[in-house]
Design a protein. Structure first.
Length: 266
């Protein structure tokens, strides 16, 4: 099973800011027979409207739990994270345990709509090069297969699939393949949030092109697609779905307490 940059996925399942390390560019020119050094200041890395380094920028795309952009330089031109964030993951996100479905991904702070996250990993030329055990979390691109499994800091691999009463909160960005290059050791595919994601809520994605094809995928696997939201880590729900079960229970409990209080007053 795998996810493709065409829109298909298969498979289930900060430290304190440091000074900016972009260094000035140095150019030399001859003047009157002597070498004169000219220092050209590096341009500040471009930020999105919500203060995040853009996928095509030179800065690390991660942000702190307070929303400040990571100031470390990228590990490479085609990798949108610094070495530290590649190892630990974006501090605004966190992989946690779900009571039924293994690991899931949650927001560590309120994330805005359009927040960029990268699914990155080893770039393999052919599907058959992917270890069988890793196929559930594979990402298929036009440049090869991306294997994120060896890298725990590649957090999107932990996204759950929303259930029948829930909505996806992240998907491929329009420029999803802007950093892809055939022949590289690592590859990064760009995703972005579809809507604001509140703190402690799940960041989840459809495991295929749309809900219908996702249902078909689950049926092929012999799996019943169910809601993944929990009281501790809710998933955003469809408007027509109404409150989550624990919200209904909480509402009923409050109503019962109110009735008891009224009886006690009589």
């Amino acid at each position: 099973s795998f996810l493709t940059t065409g829109g298909q996925r298969s498979g289930h399942s900060q430290r304190h800011p440091l000074r900016h390390l972009l260094r000035p560019q140095s150019n030399f020119k001859r003047s009157s027979g002597t070498m004169v050094k000219q220092v050209v200041a590096a341009k500040p890395a471009k930020l999105s409207s919500h203060g995040q380094h853009l996928p095509t920028s030179t800065g690390c795309m991660s942000t702190s739990k307070t929303g400040k952009p990571c100031l470390r330089p990228r590990a490479s031109k085609l990798m949108p994270y610094c070495k530290q964030c590649m190892k630990a993951g974006d501090p605004s996100l966190k992989a946690v345990d779900h009571p039924k479905f293994g690991k899931i991904l949650i927001a560590q702070r309120d994330l805005p709509k359009g927040y960029y996250v990268s699914w990155w990993g080893t770039l393999l030329k052919r599907k058959k090069d992917m270890p069988v055990k890793h196929m559930e979390w594979a990402l298929e691109t036009t440049k090869g297969m991306v294997d994120a499994v060896p890298f725990k800091g590649s957090l999107l691999q932990f996204c759950a699939c929303p259930g029948p009463n829930e909505v996806p909160t992240i998907d491929f960005a329009p420029n999803s393949d802007c950093l892809l290059k055939r022949g590289e050791k690592l590859a990064a595919v760009i995703f972005r949030t579809l809507k604001p994601v509140p703190r402690n809520h799940q960041v989840d994605m459809m495991y295929n092109k749309d809900e219908k094809s996702t249902d078909e995928f689950f049926m092929e696997q012999g799996i019943v697609r169910g809601d993944v939201g929990t009281k501790k880590y809710p998933a955003l729900r469809k408007a027509k779905a109404g409150p989550a079960p624990w919200e209904k229970a909480m509402k009923a409990m409050k109503a019962m307490k109110a009735m008891k209080a009224m009886k006690a007053m009589k």
